[in-house]
Design a binder for this molecule. Structure first.
Ligand SMILES: O=C(O)CCC(=O)C(=O)O
Ligand SMILES: [Fe+2]
Length: 337
């Protein structure tokens, strides 16, 4: 099944189709050896190579959990600015972001290892000293399910490439959970109600959910921006730069942005899968051959992220790790193969 995306704000754009997959019921369907497993692995890989993203539904995340998440986000972003500013973390994109000229409609928080109840509780207690057990539970559960799904999709990609899809890579994997609110721009809406500037994700694989208010756009390989319409209750998975490197350029980290239109506030939340800070990302040996010469040198994810934060280049991966760039002299150890 594909989800046709209507042209947004004009009739110039051709409808663009983002693949949509039903990732099944709990653990019964999309598990290794299940009826649809192998077929889905290939379709997911194809979507990630061609589009760099796909939408999916899953019964692992019940609608009650989604509702709890959205309700908690409303309460969170309504807190006083001084309270929200208490959330500080030295890692990039984690501290509370509000009132930023580059992204005036966006507010966000990033929580490390949110599936860990201690981390989820530390965050909610910081925001609500008297506690907020229901949002704490929603953050822990939602981030845990999304991390699980991220790992399932990674496994699908490994399987489709015929690589050992052993879970061992999960041990070298971390995640952070990002909570976002996009305010309604003042009326009349500026032509460019940019909620989040165009970028590729630097991590491995991202899964995003939203409160059914659209706004995400992607730039397909052919160049022009199109809306990425996420069906109600569904999620979108987006390939990051690190997966492009690991797959020797096969998987496509699609550029995306958020454009705010309409009258409703948009809430979104994302689980960003990434290698642990000290893990080295290296191209999988099996994905290098005569037709696919080695494109990237090994690198440490945290060094790559730091390079990006200091340079903010659209071509960060190619400049930092592209084979023509200078070697870093790191030993070759890989977190993902
Ligand atoms: O809010 C969204 O839908 C997109 C967020 C995003 O792309 C990001 O945080 O990297
Ligand atoms: Fe992103």
């Amino acid at each position: 099944m594909v989800v046709p995306t209507a042209a947004n704000g004009g009739d110039q754009q051709k409808p663009y189709e983002i693949p949509f997959f039903d990732l099944g019921e709990g653990d019964n369907d999309v598990v290794e050896g299940g009826g649809r497993w192998r077929e889905l692995c290939d379709k997911v890989r194809e979507a990630c190579e061609t589009h760099g993203c796909f939408c999916f539904s899953t019964e692992r995340i019940p609608s009650k959990l989604r509702q709890g998440m959205v309700e908690g986000l409303r309460q969170l972003f309504e807190l006083p600015e001084d309270t929200k500013k208490r959330h500080v973390n030295p890692k990039p994109y984690r501290s509370y972001l509000g009132k930023n000229d580059a992204v005036p409609y966006l507010e966000s928080f990033g929580i490390d290892h949110a599936p860990n109840v201690e981390q989820a509780r530390a965050f909610t207690t910081l925001m609500w000293p008297q506690g907020n057990p229901s949002f704490c539970e929603a953050v822990k559960e939602m981030s845990g399910k999304m991390q699980e799904l991220n790992l399932v999709i990674m496994k699908m990609l490994f399987t489709s490439y015929g690589l050992d899809a052993d879970e061992h890579h999960a041990a070298d994997t971390a995640s952070y959970f990002r909570l976002m609110k996009y305010k309604v721009p003042p009326s009349p809406t500026p032509a460019d109600g940019i909620g989040l500037v165009a970028h590729t994700d630097k991590n491995t694989l991202t899964i995003l959910g939203q409160n059914d208010v659209q706004g995400l756009e992607i730039q397909p390989k052919n160049g022009s921006w199109v809306p990425a319409v996420i069906p109600d209750g569904a999620f979108i998975a987006i390939v990051g730069d690190t997966l492009k490197a690991w797959s020797n350029g096969r998987l496509h980290p699609v550029r995306h942005r958020v454009v705010i239109r309409g009258e409703e506030e948009r809430y979104s939340w994302g689980c960003f899968l990434m290698p642990k800070d000290d893990s080295t990302v290296a191209v999988a040996d099996q994905l290098v051959d005569g037709d696919h010469p080695l494109m990237y040198r090994p690198f440490t994810y945290s060094d790559y992220l730091s390079y990006f934060v200091h340079n903010l280049s659209d071509d960060a991966l190619e400049l930092y790790a592209g084979f023509s760039s200078p070697p870093v002299g790191e030993s070759r150890r890989t977190c993902m193969d």
